[in-house]
Design a protein around this ligand. Structure first.
Ligand code: IPM
Ligand code: MG
Length: 358
């Protein structure tokens, strides 16, 4: 065996454990093929961590992820923990994890699988060939700015959140956006609300200052509301979209449904240390533990992990090709089966992918 990689697993809540098990099987398979070994460790995050340790991101988890080479996360959250105070919610654990890892850029590739186009809410001719990469700023903006809840003198309640960015925070995520565009169709759309927000005007200014460093990339600015509209009317107009945290959260959910299959979409969150990889879908507590969740979002997140953190880009290509082949061959989990009675369970879909990997 060659190198050994430390991969921290954070199954989390709901279907998280189901899909993480699938991801591990695929990662093990490529590790055997490419002769590297993986040291796994499993840690608590989210609701399960609240239940067992009283907090969503315990210190043991923090120490382990920081020392890993990469982190694979299932999902966090569920109705059971929805009533807790802000800092005791599963989502607070996810934000603290992102901050602890310093993963300031979230990459969400959205690509239409030809065989799944029927499931898209868009007409087939609009959805066909959609291939967008959203690069979302992940550790700044309104998610992490100063916030306050209080009462005015007369008893009127108020709350505020702050969208705060420094130019270096903007610049480093823009670098990821420009670099991603360079490896793709060389078109970058920077999304902001510069007609209203100061933070957006700074964002736009930094984009314009950086353009000359990437003369091969064509850059356009778009306002977030108009971008939201164009994503559904002419999704082909986009190659790489780069934007701040909250805008990226909203636009990436919108983009995710274009392909008709949020269950197959992966994400990578990267910074200067270990990367964090997770499917885009949530914890789906209603189907947890039933072996019906779609594992493809996690399996494709494993591919991104191999590409961006572990240094095995060919293995990533092989996994993506195997997923594509499994879908083209008719493999469907329940969410993709359009109501048909026959569908593959989580483990069977995983085996369909493994069969094409072999
Ligand atoms: C996401 C999710 C999270 C976010 C939530 C769960 C805090 O919506 O990863 O997009 O808003 O970042
Ligand atoms: Mg979101």
């Amino acid at each position: 065996m060659g190198q050994s990689m430390r991969v921290a697993l954070l199954p989390g809540d709901g279907i998280g454990p189901d899909v993480i098990a699938a991801g591990v099987r695929v990662l093990d398979a490529v590790a055997r093929q490419d002769r590297f070994s993986i040291e796994y460790s499993t840690h608590l995050l989210g609701g399960v961590a609240i239940d067992e340790m009283g907090e969503p991101f315990p210190a043991q988890t923090r120490d382990a992820v920081i020392r890993s080479d990469a982190v694979l996360l299932g999902a966090v959250g569920g109705p059971k923990w929805d009533r807790g105070p802000g800092h005791l919610r599963p989502e607070a654990g996810l934000l603290a994890l992102r901050k602890a890892l310093g993963v300031y850029a979230n990459l969400r590739p959205v690509r239409a699988f030809p065989a799944l186009l029927g499931a898209s809410p868009l007409r087939e001719e609009v959805a066909r060939g959609v291939d967008v990469m959203i690069v979302r700023e992940l550790t700044g903006g309104v998610y992490f700015g100063e916030r306050q809840t209080g009462q005015l003198q007369d008893g009127e309640r108020f709350a505020r959140d702050t969208m705060y960015y420094t130019e270096s925070e903007i610049r480093r995520v823009l670098v990821k956006g420009f670099e991603a565009a360079r490896l793709r169709k060389k078109r970058l759309t920077s999304v902001d609300k510069a007609n209203v927000l100061d933070s957006s005007r700074l964002w736009r200014a930094v984009v314009d200052e950086m353009k000359s460093e990437y003369p091969d990339v064509s850059v356009e600015h778009a306002l977030v509301d108009s971008c939201a509209m164009h994503l559904v009317t002419r999704p082909h107009a986009f190659d790489v979209i780069v934007t701040e945290n909250l805008f990226g959260d909203i636009l990436s959910d919108e983009a995710a449904v274009l392909t008709g299959s949020i269950g197959v979409l992966p994400s990578a969150s990267i910074g200067n240390g270990p990367g964090l990889y997770e499917p885009i879908h949530g914890s789906a507590p209603d189907i947890a533990g039933q072996n019906v969740a779609n594992p493809l979002g996690t399996i494709l997140s494993v591919a991104l992990m191999l590409r961006y953190s572990l240094g095995f880009p060919e293995a990533a290509d092989r996994i993506e090709a195997a997923v594509e082949a499994a879908i083209a061959g008719g493999a469907r989990t329940r969410d993709l089966a359009a109501g048909a009675a026959a569908f593959l369970h989580t483990d069977e879909m995983t085996e369909a992918v493994l069969a094409h990997l072999a």
